[in-house]
Write a protein that binds this ligand. Sequence first.
Ligand code: FES
Length: 159
Amino acid sequence: MVFTFYVSLLFLSLYILGLALRRIFFLRDRARMEQGDRPGGRVIARADEMGPGSVRKFWLICEKNRVNGFLINHQGNFHAYVNRCRHMETPLDFVRYQFFTEDGRHLICLTHGAIYDPSSGLCVEGPCKGLSLYRLPVLIDQGEVLVACPSGDLSHLSD
Ligand code: FES
């Protein structure tokens, strides 16, 4: 009985500690983003450093949500999406830092193999066929690629 009580107390303490750390990291990231933010969004990369086929992962603080995303250069055009498969709420690169299929023509979720069109984010094959990745607004300004938070209800974007 006493043992169970102490084990429960330990797990409760770890849970509260986890919540506190999550809040601390969120506030730190929000402060960082406010410093580095400029009209049009957050600078993710220099455009000339990301050739076709490149991927850059990033995060944004959108209101009270921390959003993990990825920026791609597909055939010379930049697109940014929330890094979350539409089949289940896992990152596309769940296994390793890989977003493109081997031939570079599509995005792939490595968990169950969903295939996405890089230009539209539409799932064209796999368990989420017909659904689209959540797109994030991209702006090229002064040779840099900026990504912004989308407008509207963002609660579905949170981790
Ligand atoms: S979680 Fe992405 S295909 Fe299943």
